[in-house]
Ligand binder design. Sequence first.
Ligand SMILES: Cc1ncc(C[n+]2csc(CCOP(=O)(O)OP(=O)(O)O)c2C)c(N)n1
Length: 374
Amino acid sequence: MAKSLKTKPRKSAISVDIEMLQILSPDGTASPDEVRELGLTKDDIQSLYRWMVTARIFDERALALQRQGRLGTYAPLSGQEACQAGSAYALRPEDWMFPSYREHLVQVMRGQSWLDVLAYWGGNEEGNRIPEGVRNFTISIPIATQTLHAVGAAWAAKIKGESSCSIVYFGDGATSEGDFHEALNFAGVFQTPTVFFCQNNQYAISVPRTKQTASETIAQKAIAYGIEGVQVDGNDIFAVYKATKEALERGRNGEGPTLIEAVTYRLSHHTTADDWTRYRPAEEVEMWKQKDPIKRLRLYMEKQGLWSDQDEAKLLEEARSEIAQAVAQYENLPKRDVEEIFKYMYAEMPWHLQEQLQELREYLAEHGGDLPKE
Ligand SMILES: Cc1ncc(C[n+]2csc(CCOP(=O)(O)OP(=O)(O)O)c2C)c(N)n1
């Protein structure tokens, strides 16, 4: 008779001790020494604040445009500005950046424009045209696939002996995808200079973080793959900047990849096709508004004498005008032919696309040229 192969459940000998890095507290206080160590000047701090405020204004404007039928589906970033500005500021132009669909601020800080972002979400492929010399990849809608692309790019840089790293953005939901685990494993084995930047905004559409994983933190998933794992307060721009800068330094020094979990909150809808009031209590959203990353940096700057009401008024005026200009340019873009969506994938259109194109033509003929509403 075969012996039973059953083993007793064993307790893990690995102790998980993940501490969340925070420099700037929600009331806007920070240790001057810790801030000084970051090496950020007064201009740097003001510039980070300007980026965040401009992104918030853009976000509100884009949401309104979608509601008015002037933009397609849009993924708001409100609440996640410190994650994006803090990490993007630590990058160098030679680093490769792989976004998901919510990193509008990172894209623009790295050389794309607000017009590009509007064009993309307005269904104009021109928004996917990355300017020459800008090392941003195009938006990835399939969840977590971009983690593998980022590992590939970092591995290539390592083989070529270049000093560039790659950074990849994704959400808490993406950590349940196989691609994420394959990417971390490969990056650990080949010690690729990759920064895995998880914006843990607490929800994957309506699925809360607690139902996404039984792990206490996302950062600790790094341990299984033998790579560095760091958890930061994602609404603290200084902590995000520090964690990203250190992760990039490790990558450049040949010390391999890092998984950063930035703990934050999506203040708006998943996309404009979603309604957060159906799965989140309003009190929870209110609680996170108290931790608003923009408010927090402003409080800090005011305490340090780096910002006044006049500075704020001037910034709001400038940012609104910049975004209004981008909106005007977007609305003046030449109309694209909807048939273009079939044209550029293959040299010769395969039969199934020909059939779909025919179906589209028939639909448009029946509906006076109008496309179906969302
Ligand atoms: C492979 C794949 N599966 C499912 C979807 C549908 N989908 C779109 S967004 C989303 C949730 C993603 O949540 P998360 O990774 O936390 O990112 P967040 O949207 O919160 O930034 C899902 C399941 C998809 N785009 N790709």
